[in-house]
Ligand binder design. Structure first.
Ligand SMILES: Cc1cc2nc3c(=O)[nH]c(=O)nc-3n(C[C@H](O)[C@H](O)[C@H](O)COP(=O)(O)OP(=O)(O)OC[C@H]3O[C@@H](n4cnc5c(N)ncnc54)[C@H](O)[C@@H]3O)c2cc1C
Length: 296
């Protein structure tokens, strides 16, 4: 099928883009990588009257590391972030999770910020932003810039806190504290498919390699990413002999998945437990290895 008729806008600067978005309001959609929006248009599941193509806004094409973390501009593609050494050194979870997004061709076009705004409950990056406690940077012609914490940004399936007329200009991913490690694991029916369930984990160890804190965030088991605090199950335990299965049970109890054509709710709940245990164990091993490198 072909998309419904729309008017195409190609602003050259961010202020120009904001002016167009303010003018078209509810009738407008930003076009970034097009990897989610174009299929929706072609299937006529979305019918905006105006498309505002932001691919010419060079000022949004940045991946910048500083002491606190990594700022990803709205035009940075998944592949660029995945292969940016500085970015994945500061925030390894970015590289770990992006590697599981779709296929290379999709990662070459799709943007990190577009994936966050799209707010698919099966997408990896919303969970990464929630797990790290990151922030979205939004701009509009009328109200100016504002920041929204990840915990407040994802409102429901394909629903974020972005308002009509707003442009998401960047996402901020804070670097985890020293002594931390991370991991991403997921199960999909075929390589590159959206996950039936996925889990990211962040584990911080103390100098004796005991677990100081552990938490996870899960996808495809609820309308938005599900953060789960795991420290109660494994806090104070040695990283290589902690009760990761107990951590998994916390996650399985925290999620509330539904049956659908891909999997039963019971199977997804089972996966939530198994994958959280696996991700948290791998994150602890990652933390221990990084502490070892630091000491060496
Ligand atoms: C075959 C296939 C498999 C895929 N598998 C996965 C997967 O496993 N995991 C995964 O996470 N994703 C997957 N995706 C989606 C992919 O990651 C998309 O790139 C991403 O979801 C959207 O990014 P985009 O830049 O393409 O956004 P677009 O498709 O251009 O836009 C998506 C939505 O976000 C809005 N938007 C985008 N950027 C902005 C902005 N800066 N400000 C305001 N609004 C904005 C658009 O208006 C639109 O509503 C897959 C896509 C395909 C085609």
């Amino acid at each position: 099928m072909k998309p419904p008729v729309f008017e195409y806008h190609r602003p050259r600067t961010v202020p120009e883009a904001l002016a167009v978005l303010a003018e078209v309001g509810h009738d407008g959609k930003v076009l970034a990588g097009g990897q989610s929006l174009v299929p929706l248009l072609n299937m006529r599941l979305a019918a905006p009257r105006h498309l505002v193509d932001v691919n010419w806004l060079a000022e949004l094409d940045e991946v910048a590391r500083d002491d606190g973390g990594v700022r990803v501009g709205a035009l940075a593609r998944h592949a660029r972030v995945e292969h940016d050494r500085d970015a994945v050194e500061a925030v390894p979870l970015l590289g770990q999770a992006i590697a599981d997004i779709a296929h290379t061709t999709v990662r070459n076009r799709g943007t990190v910020v577009g994936s966050l705004v799209h707010a698919d409950p099966a997408a990896e990056l919303p969970a990464v932003l929630v797990l790290l406690g990151g922030t979205m940077e939004l701009a509009s012609a009328g109200a100016g810039p504002r920041r929204v914490a990840a915990a407040d940004f994802f409102l429901g399936p394909l629903e974020s806190a972005l308002r009509p007329g707003e442009l998401a200009t960047a996402a901020w991913f804070p670097a985890p504290p020293p002594g931390s490690g991370s991991a991403w694991v997921e199960v999909a029916r075929r390589h590159g498919d959206y996950a039936l369930c996925g889990a990211g984990a962040l584990v911080e160890l103390d100098q004796d390699l005991r677990v100081r804190s552990a938490r996870a965030a899960l996808i495809s088991v609820g309308p938005v990413p599900v953060p789960v605090e795991l420290t109660d199950a494994v806090g104070g335990q040695p990283h290589d002999a902690a009760d990761w299965a107990a951590a998994g049970r916390l996650a399985a109890a925290a999620v509330d998945p539904e049956d659908d054509i891909h999997a039963t709710a019971a199977y997804r709940r089972h996966l939530a437990g198994v994958l959280t245990a696996r991700a948290a164990r791998a994150a602890a091993a990652h933390a221990a290895a990084r502490l070892g490198e630091g000491a060496g």
